[in-house]
Design a protein around this ligand. Structure first.
Ligand code: GLN
Length: 450
């Protein structure tokens, strides 16, 4: 059914960079055989899943939506896809993204532009736009995305699905092509909170192959799903004052306010809290993320991976020509920004300063979490915008990540859940932010709300 749906909708949506139909049917048959033999199967067995094309899949091309990795077939499997395979989940294909996950609209892909299933003239958000769109359009049941500054939560909001960025270190990044290593985190998309919890259950956990992986006991997130918010004592929810007002679409504001009222009706205690340095998240991120990206992307030099342009005069010329031909405009912009911020004499003024502000932003969250259990705010200041609307103006594109970035800088878990529609019928997302490793509380609130 998923493959039929893909065939029907892909000409319009372009959610997938490749569809792995044969492997998928093969895997599905294996699950069938297990059922026929009376064997126990996992909850995810036989479930069609989409994987963002920045996670390495052994023997299956992994492009990061970049020309430079056009011919890259990984010789190894990422930890997350390995876990999903072991659970019997059926990968139906690799989903589109902004090149190297840099972007907020999936328009930076070197291969295709993904459409928003609610209105195909609009973007699905990004960078995990392919995964969000595929789940929303029922081309697969669940999907994996990666989130560095909002790339799971913002597309979830634009496409009307549930998306979660777990605590930094909860899910292994082994086999995830690195963008900004101190921020990158893999997470689940689903059409329901329950599906999302099932997927997180399957991918979370310590991995010795990822040096930043947390060695912690992973709870069963399904146990957090309770019909209302009362039985475990009144949960305290903080509304982040600074996320309202200027720049926020009035319809988004009204819808979020209504959702907060609903949470109160469900039994939550609502407080207004302040994170005074929240707004410095964006400039801080655009120093840190490009800096780390410039270092991470140095490996694409035409020697070890991906394409190499012919007819170079010497080694340096080969590097230059390969990188000029292989990277798109946004990736080049980030490499230049990052290289500049890290260069001798500027490091203290930019990178080091940004790291200090990052600590202050984190402290704001810590203070807020002394008063409440979960924080809420809009996921994005607007609903999905038109394709092409912001491509000429990177700054306005960056501004859309205002609400998600501070959460990434602080390494906290964040989730976007659908909470209504604007006047044109486009979905709006409510962002829930949790304490470190309290994904269970986000699931609890999200499930009661849903
Ligand atoms: N939109 C943000 C950026 O362009 C976040 C991307 C992400 O989370 N991967 O960097």
């Amino acid at each position: 059914e998923a493959l039929d749906r893909i065939q029907l909708l892909e000409p319009q949506l372009h959610s997938f960079l490749c569809v792995t139909a044969e492997q998928a049917l093969d895997q599905a048959r294996q699950v069938d055989a297990k059922i026929a033999a009376g064997e126990e199967i996992d909850l995810l067995a036989g479930i069609p899943i989409g994987i963002k094309d920045n996670m390495c899949t052994k023997g299956i091309r992994t492009t990061c939506a970049s020309k430079i990795l056009e011919n890259f077939v990984p010789p190894y499997e990422s930890t997350v896809t390995q876990k999903l395979k072991a659970a019997g989940a059926v990968m139906v294909g690799k989903t589109n993204l902004d090149e190297f996950a840099m972007g907020s609209s999936t328009e930076n892909s070197a291969y295709q532009v993904t459409a928003n299933p609610w209105d195909v003239s609009r973007v699905p958000g990004g960078s995990s736009g392919g995964s969000a769109s595929a789940v929303a359009a029922q081309e697969c049941v669940v999907a994996l995305g990666s989130d560095t500054g909002g790339s799971i939560r913002q597309p979830a909001s634009f496409c009307g699905v549930v998306g979660m960025k777990p605590t930094y270190g909860l899910v292994s990044r082994y086999g995830l092509v690195a963008f900004a290593s101190s921020l990158d985190q893999i997470g689940p998309f689903g059409r329901t909170v329950e599906d999302t919890a099932i997927l997180l259950n399957a991918i979370a956990g310590y991995d010795p192959n990822d040096a930043t992986s947390l060695k912690v006991q992973i709870p069963d997130y399904l146990k957090a799903l309770q019909p209302d918010l009362q039985p475990r004592g009144r949960i305290k929810i903080g509304v982040i004052k600074e996320t309202f007002g200027e720049g926020l679409d009035p319809v988004v504001e009204q819808t979020i306010t209504k959702a907060i009222d609903q949470l109160q009706t469900l039994g939550a205690e609502i407080h207004v809290v302040s994170c005074p340095r929240f707004r410095y998240g964006l400039p801080t991120y655009y120093i840190i993320a490009p800096s780390e990206a410039s270092a991470n992307l140095a490996r694409y030099d035409g020697v070890k991976y991906g394409i190499r342009v012919p007819d170079a005069e010497n080694l340096l010329d080969m590097y230059k020509k390969t990188r000029a031909a292989g990277f798109g405009a946004e990736v080049k912009r980030r490499i230049m920004l990052g290289t500049y911020a890290l260069s001798a004499g500027y490091y203290d003024a930019y990178y080091l300063k940004a790291q200090k502000v990052r600590t202050l932003i984190k402290q704001d969250f810590e203070n807020a979490f002394k008063q409440v259990d979960v924080l809420v705010c809009p996921t994005a200041p607007t609903t999905a915008f038109k394709a092409g609307e912001k491509t000429e103006d990177p700054l306005s594109m960056y501004l859309g990540d205002l609400m998600t970035i501070p959460v990434s800088l602080a390494g906290l878990p964040g989730m976007s859940i659908p909470c209504g529609f604007d006047e044109s019928g486009l979905p709006i997302g409510l962002q829930l932010i949790g304490k470190v490793l309290r994904e269970d509380q986000l699931f609890q609130v999200a499930y009661a709300y849903e």
